[in-house]
Design a protein around this ligand. Sequence first.
Ligand SMILES: [Zn+2]
Length: 177
Amino acid sequence: MPRRTQTVQEEERQASRRDQNEEASDLSKRLLDRWLCVKDTCINHKAFCFVDYGAKHFSMDTTIRETWAKAISRGQATIERPPESLYNFWHQRGTVDKVSKAPLAKASREAREQAKEARMERLLEMQERAQEAAFEQEIQSQISALSVPIGNSQPAPASTPAIYPPYPSWIQAPQSF
Ligand SMILES: [Zn+2]
């Protein structure tokens, strides 16, 4: 292939890329103009939201805008209507306020969990201590029950009958007479 043709082709490619880029950045600008969030109660107010038919706001970051712009240049979307894929993405992720509140909700949920765990631990600890105390008391009372007869009372009186010594051998038993 002659060098000149190559150069021309390369120039054409570059030109077409430039056109595409220009088109994309133009589309991006038009998207920004169209979807500036003007709802002052929206978290994204003065930033950019796609607002659907249900008046729900979905955040538009640079990546989303570029995706949308590309879809427009492919004829799969318009400035008014995002491509199907973005629409699905937004509905999966949730509205703008849902997304930005999610981390807070998560944090407070975690804090609650931690507090609950701490309470639970204290409770268990108290229970353990109570159990230990009860156990100790039981042992103590068993010990004192055992030691009462030994320590506190006199030795039991001998209940066995007295054993009389046998007659001395020089005393003859009466029967022997
Ligand atoms: Zn908004």
